[in-house]
Design a protein around this ligand. Sequence first.
Ligand code: C5P
Ligand code: C5P
Ligand code: ZN
Length: 457
Amino acid sequence: MNQMLKKAAECAETIKKYGEAVVVSHIDADGLTAAGIMCMALEREGIDYTTKFLKKLDATALNEIADIGRELVIFTDLGATMQEEIDALNLNVIISDHHQPVGATLEHHLNPHLFGINGTNELSGSGTTYLLAKELGPNIDLAGLAVVGAVGDMQDAKTGRLIGMNRHIMQDGVDAGIISVETDIRLFGRQTRPVYKLLEYCSDPYIPGVTANEAGCIEFLRELDIPLKDFGWRHWIHLDRDEKQRIVSKLMRLCMESGIQPYKVERIVGEVYTLQREQEGTELRDASEYSTLLNATARYGHADIGLNICLGGRENSYALARDLLLQHRRNLLDGLHFVKETGVTTMKHLQYFHAGDNIQDTIIGIVAGMSASIEGVNRRMPIIALADAEDGIKISARGTHDLIQLGLNLAVALRESAEQVGGTGGGHDIAAGATIPKGEEKRFLAILDTKIGMQLK
Ligand code: C5P
Ligand code: C5P
Ligand code: ZN
C-alpha cells in the first residue's frame, strides 16, 4: 500500500506540471465518481479540464482523444487493458484504473493490481482516483464519491461491507463527516422505496412468497402489524428499530424455511453507507441508490448530468437524473423479463442468453448480474449475456465468488476468446466484458466454454 501511495504522489506531481487536462472516464457509476473526484481535484489546483466519457476505450476513442489536443490525458476507471495502444499515441498520460492490466506497465499508471491489491473488491476506479486526488491536495471530502463508486461496482457484495483500501477510504469519509456507517438491511431502496416495494425487489436471495410478489409483501407486513402508510408510503428509513428488527427476523426465518444457504441469508444484513450531507429520503443519501441514479445517466448518453451531480449539482441535474432513473428501472425490469421469458442456453461450463436488440448494450452487464437470481439460472455456472451493439456484439459475463475460488477468471477468458474471433475484452475475474464481430457468436461461445472449462479444472 505504501508503494501505491508513493506512485500516487508521483502521478500527482506530474499532473501539477500541466495547466490543462482531459479526463477520460467510463460511463458507469464508478467511472462517473472517478471523473468527479478528478475534476474537483483539478479545479482546486487551478488546472483547466474537459471530460470525455466512453462505453469502452478502443482505437477510435483513442484517436478522438489525441485530436482533443490537451497537454495531459488522465484516464480514470479505464486504460489498464489498453496500455500498448495508449503508449503508441505519444501523449502525456496518467492512468488511474482498477481493471486487470494488460501489457507493459506505463510509467504513470496507478492501479491496485500493480501493488498486490485486489481491484475487484478492495479498490475501485473512483477509490484509486481518490488516492491520487488526496496526493494532489486536501481532498478528503471526496471520499464520499469514492464510496459511491465502490458500492456501484459492487465491491462490498462478497462480505456485505467494504474491505481493504476501500475501508480506509470509507474511514476518511467518516472522519470528514461525509459518510456514516451502520449495520442494516442491505436491500435496495431504503431511502426512496415504500417498504413493501423494497421487499418485493429483493433479488439476492430470491425469497419465495416475497421476491417479485407484491401481494405477498403487503401480507408479510400486515402479519407483522406494520402499517404501510402514515402520512404517505412508509420507507425503510421511516420505520422504528423494533419494526425493522421484526422484518429482518421474519425474512431470515422465511429464507431458512425455503432452504436458502445460510451465507446468503446472512447477507441480507450488512453495512450500509449514508451520505450525511445529502437530504434524507433522496437517492443521494444512500451510496447504493446514489450509484444507481448515476448509472441511469451516463449509460444513456447523459454523462454530463451524472457528472454535474458528482460535482454538487442538486437542482436541474438532479431532477433530470430522476426522470432518467424511472426509465432505467423500467429498462432493467424489461431486461429481466426478457431473460425469464427466453431462458438461458446451457453449454458445458457456461450458460448464455442473446438479447439481440431487446436489451441495450450499455445495461446488458447489469441485467446479466441481476439475472443470476432468476429461477432457472444456474448459480454454479458463469452467465454470459450477448446484445447487439453499434460496432458488433457486446458481451457481458458474470461469475460468482465460489467459481473464482475454483479458478475462474472471466477477464482473461473473455479477452483471449474475443481476440481469437477478432474482438477485444477484459475486466475483472468476477465480471468482464468484450465486443466481438457480429456473426462470430457461436465460435466465440465455443472457445469461451473450453477456456472456462480449463480454468475450472
Ligand atoms: O468497469 P467496472 O470495473 O467499473 O465494473 C465492475 C463491474 O463488476 C460492475 O458491473 C459490477 O457490477 C461487477 N461486479 C460484480 N460482482 C462483484 C463485483 C463487481 O458483478 N462481486
Ligand atoms: O460491460 P460490463 O459491465 O459487462 O463489463 C464488466 C467489466 O469488464 C467492467 O469492469 C468493464 O469495464 C470491463 N470491460 C473491459 N473491456 C471490455 C468490456 C468490459 O475491461 N471490452
Ligand atoms: Zn470500475
